[in-house]
Design a protein around this ligand. Structure first.
Ligand SMILES: Nc1nc2c(c(=O)[nH]1)N[C@H]1C(S)=C(S)[C@@H](COP(=O)(O)O)O[C@H]1N2
Ligand SMILES: [Mo]
Length: 326
């Protein structure tokens, strides 16, 4: 199909007819399935639909991915670990809240506003925005500022691909991101623990770095809601809070944007937030970490500078005092 920005893609345009009818029947049979149809449709251009027969559950769609040389050969955490131990304050502040509360999030239709210093600002339907972009499997370490870590097999693509599509103007120096605000489906947003929306940002060269991806899947399937469906940022050399979930807005700016955790605790959470074992959090050491899935008596692992991605990214910070710009 020709690439067109302005035309609304329909499920029926991109799915073989038999699957389409099959899915409709399935949706009619279980009202709650409507929720799940969403994520699948958003990526339907590359999706082989395999709706599961579980009632009231997200329909998981398989994604086609190609391997990437950026993947670690460390053993990935299990799907169960990755989707049951989460930080996603929009659904509550404890690690088990997101998996319990995120099932009702409607991820389709989904649009992303791209604005600021770009040639083609606008509100883009996600399916159209990502159409034709090949998904890669990127197996990355994720290091939370709370000193736990995981290894996640993401499906995604370089953020730079999208930025190129909309045309970054020469004055742009930073990229700002915002998460959806929808308290009716995000129960954590009914309390003011955070000044919603959750906000994050990167310097433009960080955003354009090939390690920086937008992820739409995990383990070769559409991303679970609690992990940031339908699309979230992944910046593997930075603390996890930079990897903002369920993105609805991307703005190119000439000033460093305000970011949620940096605003909440400027002495504890930097804008840069590069993983650094030598700069402790004021309340705990960052020298080591607990890998989720390791037994409670397992030895903690040493935390690596830039989370082990220093060879790729250290040059971005030449001349900066990484103790000051933490
Ligand atoms: N919108 C939003 N994005 C977010 C968060 C959040 O609370 N809200 N938590 C962050 C933190 S602290 C971490 S460690 C990672 C966790 O990602 P995971 O739950 O997929 O492991 O998501 C980040 N992205
Ligand atoms: Mo985190």
């Amino acid at each position: 199909m020709a690439y067109r920005f302005k035309t609304k893609l329909k499920w029926s345009d991109v799915t073989p007819k038999a699957d389409y009818l099959n899915r409709r029947k399935l949706m009619a049979g279980a009202g709650a399935m409507v929720l799940g149809a969403g994520a699948a449709r958003a990526f339907s251009s590359r999706v082989e639909v395999e709706p599961e027969q579980e009632p009231a559950k997200i329909v998981r769609a398989k994604l086609k991915t190609v391997p990437s040389a950026f993947s670690t050969d460390e053993k990935p955490n299990s799907r169960e670990e990755i989707s049951s131990y989460n930080n996603f304050y929009e659904f509550g502040t404890s690690k088990s809240d997101p998996s319990r509360n995120a099932g009702g999030l409607m991820t389709d239709p989904w649009s992303i506003t791209i604005d600021g210093l770009v040639d083609k600002p606008g509100s883009y339907d996600l399916a159209e925005l990502v159409q034709g972009i090949e998904l890669e499997e990127r197996i990355y370490r994720l290091r939370c500022v709370e000193a736990w870590s995981m290894v996640v097999p993401w499906a995604g693509f370089e953020l730079g691909r999208i930025l190129e599509r909309v045309g970054v103007q020469s004055g742009a120096k930073y990229v700002a991101f915002e998460t959806l605000v929808r308290p009716s489906e995000m129960p954590g947003q009914r309390s003011r623990v955070i000044d919603w929306p959750y906000r994050e940002g990167l310097r433009l060269d960080e955003a354009m770095h090939p390690l920086t991806i937008l992820a739409t899947g995990i383990y070769g399937e559409t991303i679970p809601n609690q992990c940031g469906a339908p699309i979230r940022l992944v910046v593997p050399w930075k603390y996890g809070f930079k990897s903002i979930k369920s993105i609805v807005r991307i703005s190119l700016t000439d000033k460093q944007p305000k970011t949620t955790w940096n605003e909440i605790g400027p002495n504890e959470y930097g804008f840069y937030a590069n993983v650094n074992p030598e700069v402790d959090h004021p309340r705990w050491s960052q020298a080591s970490e607990r890998r989720i899935g390791d037994g409670v008596f397992a030895k903690r692992r040493d935390t690596l500078p830039f989370n082990g991605y220093g060879e790729e990214v250290a040059s971005l910070y030449k001349g900066m005092d990484l103790r000051k710009f933490y």
